[in-house]
Design a protein around this ligand. Structure first.
Ligand SMILES: N[C@H](CCC[C@H](N)C(=O)O)C(=O)O
Length: 279
C-alpha cells in the first residue's frame, strides 16, 4: 500500500489514495498502526483520499486511536494539494467531499505545486444537540463547569466535528496534558470533544493550543482554529477576522456574519511517500 506523508502546520497524517489502489479493509486499525511514532510511520492519524460521485475527491479521516472524525481542516487542505499536485484535478479550485458536506478550496500554486489553500469550511453548527453537548445554550457560551477540580468556562461549537473553547490569560501556562483528556471524555460531550485553550492578544490575533479527540496534543487544528474564530465573535472577544498562532504555525480565519461560512487559509506540505508493508 502506497502512502504519502503530509502536514498542515505540523498536524501530520498518513495519506492513502484509493483512486489507483484498493481501499484498506480496516482503516481504523491501520490508523492505529501507521500513527505509532516508534512502531509505525508516525502521525496524528490516517486520511483516505477516495473517489467521489459529487466532488473531485472524498476525504475520510481517522485519529491515532482509530476513531473516525467527521472533518479535518488541516487534512482537507492537504487533500486538495494532493488532488491538484498529483494530477487528479489540475485546477486552482477543487471540491472535496467530507463529513461536513462538499467543501470548495482555492489553491495558491507556485511552480506547479500547491503552497497555500483557502477553504470555505461551511457554517458553524451552533445547536447544542447537534454539536453535541449537554451544556446549556445554542450555542453554549462561556458556560461554567468544573472539570478536574478547575472552574472552566466553555464555549462549544461544531465545524462538522465538536469543539470546546476556553479563553485563558496565559495559554503557555495552561495544563493542557492534564486537563485535555478529562475535557475530551467529560460526559457533557457524548461524542467526546476537541479542546482548545486560547489567549486573546488583540481583537484580531490569538494564540491557541489544542488537545484533539482521539489524538491528544497536536501542533495545529484547522477546524479548531475555525471554532476559536467563531467563539471569539460569539463572546465579543475578537472581531470577524483573526490571525491564529498555533504551535506549528499560523492560520488566517474569517467569519464575516452569523449565517456565513468560516473561511480558513493556511499552508499544506508534502514531506515524503513510501510503501506500508503491513507490519
Ligand atoms: N486536526 C484536525 C481536526 C481533527 C479532529 C479530530 N481529532 C476529531 O476527532 O474531530 C483539523 O485540522 O481540523
Amino acid at each position: 500500500m502506497k502512502f504519502t506523508k503530509m502536514h498542515g502546520l505540523g498536524n501530520d497524517y498518513v495519506y492513502v489514495e484509493t483512486f489507483s489502489q484498493p481501499a484498506p479493509p480496516d482503516p481504523s486499525s491501520l490508523a492505529r498502526a501507521v500513527s505509532d511514532r516508534h512502531f509505525g510511520v508516525g502521525s496524528d492519524g490516517l486520511i483516505l483520499i477516495m473517489p467521489s460521485s459529487k466532488a473531485d475527491a472524498r476525504m475520510r479521516m481517522f485519529n491515532a486511536d482509530g476513531s473516525e472524525g467527521e472533518m479535518c481542516g488541516n487534512g482537507v487542505r492537504c487533500v486538495a494539494k494532493y488532488v491538484h499536485d498529483h494530477g487528479l484535478a489540475r485546477r486552482p479550485r477543487v471540491t472535496i467531499e467530507t463529513g461536513r458536506g462538499v467543501l470548495t478550496l482555492d489553491l495558491t500554486i507556485e511552480a506547479g505545486r500547491t503552497k497555500l489553500v483557502r477553504v470555505d469550511m461551511g457554517t458553524p453548527i451552533l445547536d447544542s444537540k447537534a454539536i453535541p453537548t449537554t451544556l446549556p445554550g445554542d450555542p453554549p457560551i462561556d458556560v461554567p463547569i468544573e472539570i478536574g477540580g478547575k472552574d472552566l468556562r466553555l464555549t462549544a461549537v461544531s465545524m462538522g466535528n465538536p469543539h470546546a473553547v476556553l479563553f485563558v490569560d496565559d495559554v503557555r501556562a495552561f495544563p493542557l496534558e492534564a486537563l485535555g483528556p478529562l475535557i475530551e471524555r467529560h460526559p457533557t460531550f457524548p461524542k467526546r470533544v476537541n479542546f482548545h485553550a486560547v489567549q486573546v492578544i488583540s481583537p484580531n490575533e490569538v494564540r491557541m493550543r489544542t488537545w484533539e479527540r482521539g489524538s491528544g496534543v497536536t501542533l495545529a487544528c484547522g477546524t479548531g482554529a475555525c471554532a476559536v474564530c467563531v467563539a471569539g465573535v460569539l463572546t465579543g472577544r475578537t472581531g470577524p477576522r483573526i490571525l491564529a498562532h498555533l504551535p506549528g504555525g499560523d492560520l488566517e480565519l474569517e467569519w464575516p456574519a452569523r449565517e456565513a461560512s468560516v473561511l480558513m487559509t493556511g499552508p499544506a506540505t508534502e514531506v515524503f511517500s513510501g510503501e506500508w508493508c503491513g507490519a
